[in-house]
Write a protein that binds this ligand. Structure first.
Ligand SMILES: [Zn+2]
Length: 98
């Protein structure tokens, strides 16, 4: 599919609403850079908005709404501390062997 070419007829059904292919084209496109016709229709058509929500192919939710697991900071601190202890022990051992 060529984004700069003429709009694909298959993206709209007989009623002028988006087809599954139309939704897929919108979902594939980067945010704000989807096919203008599809976006314009979607903005003015409640039916397509509901369908888009139903199939979950709408604009991606804001990152803040996606639950993110916190990195295990304490694990990193413990590992760094253990590495430091080992390095110190190696230094002490090396000094004693002299
Ligand atoms: Zn529609």
């Amino acid at each position: 599919m060529n984004p700069s070419g003429p709009p694909d007829r298959a993206l709209f059904d007989q009623r002028g609403c988006l087809t599954p292919a139309g939704f897929a084209a919108l979902a594939r496109a980067p945010i704000g850079r989807g096919p203008a016709e599809l976006g314009a229709h979607l903005a003015s058509c409640a039916r397509c908005q509901e369908r888009m929500l139903a199939i979950g192919a709408g604009p991606r939710p804001a990152p803040s709404s996606v639950p993110r697991r916190k990195p295990r900071l304490w694990l990193g601190v413990v590992l760094a501390f253990a590495a430091l202890i080992l390095a110190l022990a190696a230094l002490i051992l090396a000094a004693r062997m002299r």
